[in-house]
Design a protein around this ligand. Structure first.
Ligand code: CAA
Length: 695
């Protein structure tokens, strides 16, 4: 065995050179890795005792891509990726990439320069750069379509999907699958077979049939663009990836590579990719809780109880049933229980109809759900979650019952989105077991969970809750107890400004359009219409004091009855409502407000800057661990466009000094809703970013 450098070794297995890469955690293509690969391939090629070269990786995965931390920073040192690829392609003897885990991005691009690829069944290959706001910049867009064809390549580069080994074999992306656990032996046998059969050394660059087949057919690209337009609205990278595949079809290989390089550089130096790379790391950091170390003991969670089988309780239950954890659902009467379980079944059956589940899956999952009318039946559960309506008295009563019936050590969780969890915990004699698990509706779909730490919540309960959230496929952020926690607390000032803007002369559709164009899935008024304007409103108690009261009194209740802030067509298409415009103008006049023309820029600043400001208040109060956690919450729970990082990242991107200056100006004209947070003032005065400030 010869060490090529700290991360690569070369050895001979009879007449096969085995180049092993070992650079934890994911063998990313850092400068060291590139140099090791380059020198290793050259050494193996020069060694007359070696007749073929196997490239294989240690650890959890084959090369998972370029080292993302190198992007946007200093110029990368050492051998370039192109040098490594050329060394592989130009080797005089067969080079075989042996893949386990994931061959992603630059990892797959390296493998595409081997003459052959083999993998174990659990391996996956993909070009996920699009999810970092990038494109595969090392020939991936030129080589992939030459193997898998243009349509498949388009789908792969714009979705970033990790394609399973069996499918890769069908696509020709890998040449053979070997048994799990037998990768090295399989690769050596494969190499010997290649030598015995004297197979020609294949260079993907020279495969032209599939790209030529698409030449002169621009309709392929136009149809593809149309098919992903809705999903990729606002993102630059999908379109850039498509242009690269077009180049693969219409330009000679080397020119295509140059086009790819040019477009890659544009993206990697742009704002969107900076935001998406930031988000990648933010979503990994969010799991780390400084005072709850990785080795904190966790409580085993094998059974779950949920009180409340409404939309929320049922949705939460599905998350556990989906991974095989039995759930007992409690309701007050049989009818409510049957209705709740019926909704869950209907949800599963819809998934089955769409081909996402088999009918057996539906039955297995439903079989894990048990209904009951007695909280006493939860006694042996490891975790109970209260998911009833927001009423402190009711919740305290349920927690007193939990205290009475639950076995010692069980986690007692509330799904409240608004109430004080410390007060809820005070109804028990074990506040250390109490935690908030704030799921977002629909809870079986939405990715975010705010894990809410109360004053006495134990570290074991926090560690277990975070790990459990990960197990059920959620993105969890640990937050503190405060009104609205982090997500809704930040939403509140935006909603207040949206409402205020209406009375100053902006129409609901103006405000919605500005926020939609900014990248949010919908604006606040379209959202209200979807939810229903009459939630929590009643004719008997309405005083006609708010705009909502007036709209509801006029039977404008939202999408469900075809009119709310908007008028709805039979196909649910929304159009601005002249009636609403008049209602708003009259309402403003009665409130003594003068209306004026309001620019899109003002709408955006008035809605978004108070959110950033609130984020600073939250950080100063210690209710979020770090600024990037706030961003993870807003991207995953509220549809903030990931290409803008999140409200806190966006604040830094436009400049905290600018945010502060505008807040001060708005404070003068509109009052203390815009009073800047002291921490924001400190950041600007001291010229510091979140990290400098310790967030
Ligand atoms: N560069 C640098 N660090 C990386 C990395 C990369 N490409 N991929 C993962 N990491 C780090 C993570 O930040 C994490 O670090 P911490 O433990 O310090 O938090 C660690 O590796 C483990 O990652 P995960 O927690 O994500 O581990 P996992 O086992 O759940 O998933 C994975 C592994 C599927 C490889 C996942 O990490 C992943 O999807 N990585 C990104 C893959 C990617 O996008 N590759 C393309 C890169 S861009 C490119 O290659 C451009 C080009 O064309 C040259």
């Amino acid at each position: 065995m010869t060490a090529i450098n700290e991360v690569t070794d070369l050895r001979l297995e009879s007449d096969i050179a085995v180049l092993t890469l070992d650079s934890p955690p994911v063998n990313a293509l850092s400068a060291n890795v590139r140099s090791g690969l380059f020198d290793g391939i050259q050494a193996a090629d020069a060694n007359d005792d070696a007749r073929a070269i196997v490239l294989i990786c240690e650890g959890r995965t084959f090369i998972a891509g370029a080292d993302i931390t190198e992007f946007g920073g200093k110029a990368a040192a050492g051998a370039s990726l192109t040098d490594v690829q050329a060394a592989m392609q130009n080797a005089k003897k067969p080079v075989i990439a042996a893949i386990h885990g994931t061959a992603l991005g630059g990892g797959l691009e390296v493998a595409l320069c081997a003459h052959f690829r083999i993998a174990i069944p659990s391996a996956r290959c993909g070009l996920p750069e699009v999810n970092l706001g990038l494109l595969p910049g090392a020939g991936g867009t030129q080589r992939l379509p030459r193997i898998v064809g243009v349509e498949t390549a388009l789908a792969m580069v714009t979705s970033g999907r990790h394609v399973p080994a069996a499918e890769c074999l069908e696509l020709g992306l890998i040449d053979e699958i070997v048994d799990e656990g037998e990768l090295l032996d399989g690769a050596i046998s494969f190499a010997k077979k290649v030598l015995a059969e004297d197979r020609p050394l294949r260079k993907v660059d020279e495969f032209n049939d599939k790209v030529e087949a698409a030449r002169g057919k621009p309709e392929i690209f136009e149809a593809f663009r149309a098919s992903i337009a809705r999903k990729t609205r606002g993102f630059l990278a999908p379109e850039y990836n498509i242009r690269c595949i077009e180049a693969a079809v219409n330009e000679p290989f080397d020119e295509g590579l140059r086009t790819e390089g040019r477009l890659f550089r544009e993206l990697v130096t742009g704002e969107q990719s900076a935001a998406q790379r930031y988000s990648f790391f933010a979503e990994r950091e969010v799991w780390k809780v400084p005072d709850v170390p990785r080795d904190t003991p966790q409580l085993p969670i094998q059974t779950v109880g949920i009180v409340g089988a409404g939309t929320m309780g049922g949705g939460i239950a599905m998350n556990f049933a989906n991974i095989g954890i039995p759930v007992t659902l409690i309701e007050q009467n049989q009818e409510a229980l049957d209705r709740g379980l019926g909704v869950v079944r209907a949800n599963y059956e819809r998934s089955a109809k769409r081909g996402r589940l088999t009918s057996e899956d539906v039955e297995v999952r439903m079989g894990l759900l048990t209904g009951s009318l007695s909280i006493d039946d939860l006694a042996e559960c490891d975790l109970v979650i209260e998911a009833v309506f927001e009423n402190m008295g009711v919740k305290k009563k349920i927690f007193a019952d939990f205290d009475r019936v639950m076995k010692p050590g069980a986690i007692l969780a509330t799904n409240t989105s608004a109430l004080d969890i410390d007060e809820i915990a005070s109804a028990t004699k074990r506040p250390e077991s109490v935690i908030g698990l704030h799921f977002f509706s629909p809870a079986n779909v939405m990715r975010l969970v705010e894990v809410v730490r109360a004053d006495h919540t134990s570290k074991e309960v926090i560690a277990t809750s975070m790990a459990l959230a990960k197990r059920i496929g959620k993105m969890a952020a640990l937050v503190g107890v405060c009104p609205g926690f982090v997500g809704n607390r930040i939403l509140a000032p935006r909603q207040a400004q949206a409402n205020a803007l209406l009375l100053e002369g902006a129409m609901p559709w103006d405000i919605d359009r500005v926020l939609f164009d900014f990248g949010l899935p919908m604006g606040p008024f379209a959202m209200s219409d979807l939810a229903g304007l009459d939630i929590g409103w009643s004719k008997e108690t309405s005083k006609g004091e708010t705009l909502r009261d007036v709209l509801c009194e006029m039977d404008r209740r939202g999408q469900k009855n075809g009119k709310g802030f908007y008028d709805y067509g039979d196909d649910r298409s929304a159009s601005p409502s002249p009636e609403v415009e008049k209602i708003i103008r009259d309402f403003a006049a009665r409130s003594g407000k003068e209306t004026r023309e309001i620019s899109d820029e003002e709408i955006l600043e008035r809605c978004v800057y108070p959110m950033i400001n609130e984020g600073f208040e939250i950080l100063a109060e210690g209710k979020a661990i770090r600024a990037s956690d706030i961003d993870v919450i807003w991207v995953n729970g509220y549809g903030w466009p990931v290409y803008r990082g999140g409200p806190m990242f966006y604040g830094e991107q436009i400049g905290l000094d600018r945010v502060l200056e505008r807040l001060r100006a708005f404070q003068k004209t509109h009052g203390d809703a815009f009073a800047p947070a002291s921490l924001l003032e400190q950041a600007v005065t001291e010229g510091k970013n979140y990290r400098d400030l310790g967030y």
